[in-house]
Design a protein around this ligand. Structure first.
Ligand SMILES: [Zn+2]
Length: 91
């Protein structure tokens, strides 16, 4: 018995047409769900959002965050200078 005859016999045994039997037997292969497009290649230093860097040394996602980052850096430096001076002057 060749494959065609075997399949049609199996279809008859299952109580359905050959076409329907073969369609059920050879279900189309489910493609994997496509991966979501990444929202960026870096994380913003200030707000933590993902973004694509436009220049190699970009740390923040937007101008707003860039300004905020500058403010934070200045505050940090001011605190360091204050601590240094306090240590120098004794107390
Ligand atoms: Zn940001």
């Amino acid at each position: 018995m060749d494959k065609l005859a075997a399949d049609s016999a199996a279809a008859l045994a299952a109580g359905m047409s050959y076409g329907k039997y073969m369609a059920l037997k050879h279900k189309p292969v489910q493609r994997k769900p496509e991966h979501k497009k990444p929202e960026g290649d870096r994380v913003c230093k200030v707000c933590g959002a993902w973004f694509f860097a436009k220049v190699h040394n970009q740390l923040t996602c937007s101008h707003k965050c860039s300004v905020e980052n500058g403010r934070l850096k200045a505050n940090e430096r001011a605190r360091e200078i204050y601590a240094e001076r306090k240590a120098q002057n004794g107390e």
